[in-house]
Design a protein around this ligand. Structure first.
Ligand SMILES: Cc1ncc(COP(=O)(O)O)c(C=O)c1O
Length: 401
């Protein structure tokens, strides 16, 4: 007997459908062109509260009895589950207490408070945050809402599977980001029953690869601290419950991606699809670009969240442009003579690069008295273009360092 039934998912959907946003599912021509296959995108980054998490949260909250609702709920989360629970609880008139790690993105902390939750910042990694939430549960009798290890949460996330199932009859695969595994559990539970041949691919950050290692039969050694742009999927411990009941049964492949690969995917989605995703939300596209996946002719990628602060967006864009040769940082040492800066900027302008920043430094370490260092940040067209500029600067007598 499966731990959840299709009827649980249908019941969850009947309750949450009027409370959530119907997120779009499109064929992405840009992505399809880049990978040479048909690629559909499910835009849960456009969901209320900015991620799919509201689905599971609402389904869990609806299952509480009157006295449990009165006691209030406690949850822990790096951000998206927090927002889902806070929003769901205030919609249903329930008090919520949310523990978030000290490193939680400011946008997520503020949004969670804005949805009416009492927020506690505690711990460096999810597992420490989780422990504090359990303490609050014991001390005050709040009802604990787990982010993934709960049949009600999995059934709530599975409602995405129901929405996809209307279009998935001829899909060969689907790619889903994995943290604790509630999202992929729900989606794979529904899709594998309806379309047993569909290949389910899970994606994790290489900084938190626990479920992937477990799936591949490797020994899992939880890391103390992870720093990744994909904070939503940075879950250190692996849930045996999720693994045994869902991942080992319904998932076909698990891969990891690096932060650079995720940034590349985020920049592509921003530039080509005008789509804002957070790191975790873009992990599926990162795997599509950077891993050799057997996705067949038609695949779907779940963009699971879009909660990202503007500072991070600007850093990601800058890094992404650097990786593509569309931005270059050059340091040039020249003789400290009148006209040298002018000659350099003219050479750069003649090659049609745009100077974004320039810094003139006479006292940098290692310079002789007659030298000066000039640092440029340039808007460029490609790595070849950067090479052309470097060669022209060298021909002028500039020393590139
Ligand atoms: C944006 C985003 N994507 C994916 C996930 C992974 O979900 P799960 O923990 O259910 O695997 C999360 C989890 O918080 C998330 O916030």
């Amino acid at each position: 007997m499966p731990i959840i039934q299709m009827q649980d998912v249908l019941d969850a959907y009947a309750f949450i459908k009027p409370l959530i946003r119907p997120t779009s599912l499109d064929l992405s021509s840009n992505l399809s062109k880049r990978v040479g296959r048909q690629v559909f995108l499910k835009h849960e980054n456009e969901q209320l509260t900015g991620s799919f998490k509201i689905r599971g949260a609402l389904n869990k909250l609806r299952s509480l009895n009157v006295s449990e609702k009165k006691a209030g709920v406690v949850a822990c989360s790096a951000g998206n589950h927090a927002q889902g629970v806070a929003f769901g609880a205030s919609t249903m008139g329930i008090t919520s207490h949310i523990v978030m790690p000290n490193s939680a993105p400011i946008i997520k902390v503020e949004a969670t408070k804005g949805y009416g939750a009492k927020v506690y910042l505690h711990g460096e990694i999810f597992d420490e945050t989780l422990q504090r939430a359990h303490e609050l549960e014991k001390e005050h009798g709040y009802i604990f809402v787990h982010p993934y290890e709960d049949p009600k949460i999995v059934a709530g996330q599975a409602t995405i599977g129901l929405e996809l199932s209307q279009h998935a009859m001829d899909w060969d695969s689907i790619i889903v980001p994995v943290g604790g595994g509630g999202l992929i559990s729900g989606i794979s539970f529904v899709l594998k029953q309806m379309f047993p041949k569909i290949k389910i691919i899970g994606v994790q950050s290489d900084q938190a690869p626990g479920m992937t290692q477990k799936f591949q039969g490797e020994h899992v050694e939880p890391k103390k601290k992870s720093a990744t742009i994909a904070d939503g999927i940075a879950v250190k411990s692996t849930s045996p419950w999720i693994f045994e009941n869902f991942i080992s049964k319904y998932v076909d492949e698990m891969v990891t991606v690096t932060d650079d690969e995720i940034s590349d995917a985020m920049v592509f989605l921003l530039e080509r699809s005008k789509t804002v995703t957070e790191g975790s939300g873009a992990a599926g596209v990162a795997a599509l670009f950077h891993r050799k996946l057997d996705i067949g002719e038609k695949t779907c990628v779940v963009l699971s969240g879009g909660n990202i602060d503007l500072n991070t967006v600007s850093k990601v864009i800058e890094k992404g442009l650097l990786h593509k040769g569309r931005l270059a940082a050059l340091s040039v040492v020249v003789d400290d003579l009148p006209g040298n800066l002018n000659r350099l900027t003219k050479t750069i302008a003649d090659l049609r690069a745009n100077v974004m920043e320039v810094h003139h430094d006479r006292i940098a370490q290692g310079l002789s008295l007659r030298e000066t260092k000039i640092d440029f940040v340039l808007e460029t067209r490609s790595f070849d273009h950067i090479q052309e500029i470097r060669a022209a600067i060298a021909a002028l007598g500039g020393k590139l360092i």
